[in-house]
Design a protein around this ligand. Structure first.
Ligand code: FES
Length: 83
C-alpha cells in the first residue's frame, strides 16, 4: 500500500493510512504468489468481507502485505472501485 501511494497508483485510496480499518486498499494478488504471503489476520478477514468490489480468492488489503524479495515479479490488480 505504501509503495502504491508513493508511486501514485490509481485506485488505491488507503483512507485509514494502513490501519486495516477502511478496506479501500483492496487488491487482487496473483494466485502464483498467494502462498508466499502471510495469511490474512482476523481483522483483515473482517475488513475483506466489506470490500466494495468483488471479493476473489486473491483479495487482500494492500496495507497488510509485507513486501519482500520473494515477491519480486508479483502481479497485483487493482479493483474497479474501492467505495
Ligand atoms: S489502508 Fe485502510 S485498510 Fe488498508
Amino acid at each position: 500500500m505504501q509503495l502504491a501511494i508513493q508511486e501514485n497508483i490509481r485506485g488505491i485510496e488507503a483512507e485509514c493510512g494502513g490501519a486495516c480499518a477502511c478496506a479501500t486498499c483492496h487488491v487482487y494478488i496473483d494466485d502464483a504468489y498467494l502462498h508466499l504471503l502471510t495469511p490474512p489476520a482476523q481483522d483483515e478477514e473482517e475488513m475483506l468481507e466489506g470490500v466494495a468490489a468483488e471479493r476473489r480468492d486473491g483479495s487482500r488489503l494492500a496495507c497488510q502485505v509485507i513486501v519482500s524479495d520473494a515477491l519480486d515479479g508479483m502481479v497485483v490488480e487493482v479493483p474497479d472501485r474501492q467505495f
